[in-house]
Design a protein around this ligand. Structure first.
Ligand SMILES: [Fe+2]
Ligand SMILES: [Fe+2]
Length: 178
């Protein structure tokens, strides 16, 4: 299997985030290349990396009001890693190898859709309040496939919508225009 590389489109010009993503690639590659006896320690190291990696991004995201769909994706992939780790203890090496092979695919999607938007906002000193003022797509893509919309205190304003920023949200993902 070809080594997982942080190709240019996965580098976002945020030095700390890019360095963390290099470390992620190294940890995934170590797991891909591990012999059976090394699979468990390499997955343990990857989980340890991801806890710190995701905690840092979650803190950045929280500081600017970035949508919770990003944090939720982190939690979902960590839950999968921990479940695979449990199966590894029962001798299921194949599942761990499949996880190692699929993590680069997950990362490319996650980084391009979530981390890239977060990095761009951090580099430009923007918060979600700034985004709400602009008629542009939300950082998580503006799709209602994302069910984790953040709402204002009155629960009415939906951050996750493309185009015209003036929408209300019925809380079910079915936004409608004023
Ligand atoms: Fe990341
Ligand atoms: Fe992320």
């Amino acid at each position: 299997m070809a080594a997982f590389e942080l190709t240019p489109e996965l580098q976002f010009g945020h030095a700390e985030m890019d360095a963390t993503h290099e470390d992620f690639a190294v940890a995934v590659n170590a797991m891909c290349l591990a012999a059976d006896a090394e699979l468990a320690p390499s997955l343990d190291a990857l989980i340890e990396h991801c806890i710190a990696h995701f905690d840092q991004e979650n803190a950045w995201a929280e500081s600017i009001g970035f949508p919770a769909c990003h944090r939720n994706e982190h939690e979902r992939v960590l839950a999968v890693m921990r479940a695979v780790r449990s199966e590894l203890d029962k001798g299921d090496f194949g599942l761990a190898r499949r996880l190692a092979a699929e993590l680069p695919v997950w990362f490319r999607h996650h980084a391009a859709s979530m981390d890239a938007a977060l990095a761009a906002m951090l580099k430009n000193g923007l918060t979600m309040a700034d985004i709400d003022q602009a008629p542009i797509a939300s950082p998580c893509g503006g799709s209602h496939a994302c069910k984790n919309h953040d709402h204002d205190e009155d629960g009415e304003h939906c951050h996750s919508h493309e185009g015209d920023a003036a929408h209300t949200c019925d809380g079910s993902g079915g936004c409608h225009s004023h």
